[in-house]
Design a protein around this ligand. Structure first.
Ligand SMILES: [Zn+2]
Length: 444
């Protein structure tokens, strides 16, 4: 099966063709850890976790790396305001973020590198760029020279001349060109490291290039992901450095997810219209949040409103109910919960078509409908139910929906058989009592 993904760099659907056979190297820019993640922030985490689950299902060994930006002006500001060290702030929000990821059933990543752990490599990388002429030192600040590479702006489709006009408004007199960006910042305040250019700390854009080079070793990966808002300047500047440093564009496929809208606007800290991920999860649960995010195609916006969340909640209930009923019916009738008859071809085809989770979800609901029809049939077609249950289990796993079902004990099964017997004998008073007991055990 060809897997096609939309490459933001070429604006085309492209067939995924791994650098190393059987393996996918994937990197997604992680959070700057100075505050709690909001609902908009968790969209890339869910989208790329789902892509990873799908790729693993079809047989790839996926090495998924997502970083923590634990060096940043906002972190330093917060540390000073609270009178604590930067690491106290970053440790706090890294553990909060990891908790959110666990509640969203995000599979643990291959690695979660922190910028502070890669400072030596970052300094070496910048030094390489200075030595090759792609960057320059100006009184302890180091800038990337965008005129040193070809086609700056090709990811975000921006015209350098237009940008220069805008950039001149906030011109930094130290830069040769207003579009040159900082690789190293000379600093007096907050955490700093020694470097060939004096004490300072790195700018934001170098860390991902360095972590990708250090972890994957070959200077180029299969998939680089992130939110749409990272295209410019962050990813544009990552590509610029990779062109200068490794003569490549860092990733074969660049993927960007759309925003989560709250009201009529993109949810963002700067607009002040955020709902914290932990609050939304506490209120609705991780499954509902996943289903809501995956109900739209990843490049389209997702509306986060009371109505859309309730719709997702109702859909999840429909799925859970059918799934549990299938599990119980199979156990009561001697069926197997681990049939090998898995039929999810159309579901997989939808995901292979640029991760179309919305179409894949329609396939899942078609199967739920079939399950409900089969459950009403008498006698039950056990083989059919087994296949539906096994197929549904795989679909739920790829969507990362964590839905449990009761495992019946011998006592549960005896109780159920007794209940059927009493009903058959029309001993309704007794059968009603058993019925209540079975309901309280979630068997019927
Ligand atoms: Zn990045």
């Amino acid at each position: 099966m060809d897997i096609k993904l939309f490459n933001s760099l070429t604006n085309k659907l492209e067939v995924l063709s791994p650098i190393k056979p059987g393996e996918i190297s994937m990197y997604c820019c992680g959070p700057t850890v100075y505050g709690d993640a909001h609902v908009g922030n968790i969209r890339p985490a869910i989208v790329f976790d789902t892509l990873r689950r799908f790729l693993e299902y079809v047989g790839y060994d996926v090495k998924f790396v997502s970083n923590f930006t634990d060096v940043d002006d906002k972190i330093i500001k917060k540390a000073i305001a609270e009178g604590v060290s930067e690491s106290e702030i970053t440790d706090r929000y890294i553990s909060a973020y990891k908790k959110v990821l666990a509640e969203l059933n995000i599979k643990p990543h291959y690695k979660n590198p922190r910028v502070t752990e890669y400072m030596g490599q970052i300094i070496d990388y910048i030094d390489d760029l200075v030595k090759s002429g792609a960057a320059y030192n100006k009184d302890g600040d180091v800038f990337f020279r965008i005129s040193s590479i070809k086609d700056y702006g090709e990811l975000s489709n921006i015209n350098v001349d237009d940008l220069e006009v805008g950039a001149r408004i906030e011109e930094n007199s130290k830069k040769e060109s207003p579009l040159d960006f900082a690789l190293w910042k000379k600093t007096d305040e907050g955490i700093k490291w020694d470097s060939p250019w004096g004490l300072g700390r790195p700018g934001w854009h170098t860390e991902c290039c360095v972590m990708i080079d250090s972890i994957f070793g070959n200077g180029k990966i299969d998939i680089h992901g992130g939110g749409f808002d990272l295209k410019f300047p962050h990813h544009e500047n990552e590509i610029a450095q990779a062109k200068a440093h490794d003569h490549n564009k860092l990733a074969n496929i660049w993927m960007h997810n759309g925003f989560v809208n709250f009201g009529n606007e993109k949810m963002s800290k700067s607009l002040g219209n955020v709902v914290l991920a932990k609050d939304a999860i506490a209120k609705y649960g991780g499954n509902v949040m996943r289903l809501l995010i995956l109900s739209a195609h990843y490049r389209a916006p997702v509306q986060f409103t009371e109505e859309t969340v309730i719709a997702a909640k109702n859909e999840l209930e429909k799925i859970s109910l059918a799934y549990r009923q299938l599990a119980v019916a199979l156990q009561l009738n001697g069926g197997s919960l681990s049939s090998k008859e898995i039929k999810i071809d159309n579901f997989l085809l939808a995901l292979a078509d640029d991760l179309n989770t919305s179409n894949a979800l329609s396939e899942l609901f078609a199967l739920i409908k079939e399950a409900n029809q089969e459950l009403r049939k008498r006698p039950l077609d056990l083989a059919k139910l087994e296949s539906i249950f096994a197929s549904l289990t795989k679909m739920l796993d790829i969507f990362g929906l964590n839905i449990s079902y009761p495992l019946l004990t011998k006592e549960d099964k005896d109780l159920y058989n007794k209940y059927l017997e009493l009903k058959k004998e029309k001993r309704f008073e007794e059968s009603d009592k058993l019925r209540d007991e079975l309901i309280s055990r979630h068997i019927i």
